[in-house]
Design a protein around this ligand. Structure first.
Ligand SMILES: [Zn+2]
Length: 87
């Protein structure tokens, strides 16, 4: 489990949720929602992120509360910007 301190040492941090479909913040590949595991692997393999935290979260939906799985990934400050393949 990541502490806030660990997150502070990251130059980029992303939050991925099974409840939200979005695009990769760097290359706009569709991620999140049904592609949760794929999204995590995408950030790790394509952009050198590290997995910092995975957990369950309760969201309020129009049909009542529902559970989502969230992941937080980050790129350590030590990784050079040039090597991230970030557009
Ligand atoms: Zn990407």
């Amino acid at each position: 489990m990541a502490t806030n301190e660990a997150i502070d040492q990251m130059q980029h941090v992303v939050h991925i949720s099974t409840g939200i479909s979005t695009g990769c913040k760097h290359c706009r590949t569709p991620i999140g929602g049904d592609r949760f595991a794929e999204a995590i692997n995408h950030y790790i393999q394509e952009h050198r992120y590290r997995l910092l935290h995975v957990g369950q979260q309760t969201e309020d939906g129009s049909e009542g509360p529902y559970q989502t799985t969230v992941a937080v990934l980050g790129v350590p400050l030590a990784v050079s910007e040039d090597s991230l393949k970030i557009i």
